[in-house]
Design a protein around this ligand. Sequence first.
Ligand SMILES: [Zn+2]
Length: 406
Amino acid sequence: MNKTLTLKASRYLNTLCNETGNRSVGSSGNIKATEFFEKIVSQSGWSIEKDRLDVMDWLPGSVSLTVNGKNFTAQASPYSKGCSVEAVLVSASDIDELEAADIESKALLLYGDIAKEQLMPKNFVFYNPESHRRVIALLEKKNPAAIICATGRNSSLAGGAYPFPLIEDGDFNIPSIYMTDIEGDQLLKFRGETIKLQSTAVRVDSKAYNLTASKGDAGLNRIIISAHIDAKKGTPGAIDNATGVIILLLLSELLSDYAGEYRIELTPFNGEDYYGVPGQMDFIRKNEGRFGDILLNINIDGAGYYEGDTAFSFYGIPESFRKIVIDEINKHAGVSEGPQWPQGDHSIFIQYGVPAIAVSSMWFTDNMEIQDITHTEKDRPEIVDINKTVKTAEILTEIIKKSSSI
Ligand SMILES: [Zn+2]
């Protein structure tokens, strides 16, 4: 193991998780993180493109909810407007009830079936089921004064948080809060009564940057290596996804003298964990009509967990190149082929027909349904095995150097 690289990787982890502050899009920590990225990769001679994104930051404030003198525990849905509402409590547990209910100007409690999985943000284009869009459209049409969401745990779709926010969408303008399903069952007893709800959450206009670091002429076919740099609010985001960014930073050094046949772009996407995915949308806009010259995407998200193997999964990779990659990972203990998983930025490339490799931790794909780490404060530097980030960067360097058969 390369000791100098290991030391650097540890320093990067400390910077991204302990020094910048939370890296949610639009926060000051997010800006510090992109500045840090720019500084490190510039040292190895990469050219930087820096696109400004106009985004919303958000302050959670506090929530007070009372009915008949009884207090309930709840928090503002991320990116929701604040509110001050006195209204009759009504409820809906599925779409038929929602359709039938008279909810205009009332306080609407969503619980049970309809609150089982996080509703995709209105303008999220990559995956947005009809059933979600129907719920959102109904809510906007019927216009309740506020929405109270009672949720359980849904690790595979909403990370490890309990309760999880049913609504997390800065483009949705009805104020909402969320609470545990247990608290929701108690609140349900007060249907028909008047509740008092105060939320001091505030939306704040802010900015962020989406970067591309490149090496090689603009006319060459491209390999894009990506790792989202943003994190959810409330988490240090060590595995999700400081480790991915660290691997990009190590690659910037390991590939500093790359002079092969491709243009290499290192892309710290800014927005994977943010409702509007602004960095990804920026990337798509810039690359519209140019996806054809991208031969390969390598996306790193969730790598470096201290337990289990580092997992490489494959999407549309030509067999000859896949064999080269498999031969490379077989040289290393603790690295293996993992199952495909769709929830990551590699899905953008797959949708455009670009072959992709995703790098993650086997433990997370194995425990997707039950883990309580992702998007919580448990995602700390202590759960990272820094040697795994160095090993992954070294393997990826070898793969890039052998990539002429893609
Ligand atoms: Zn992630």
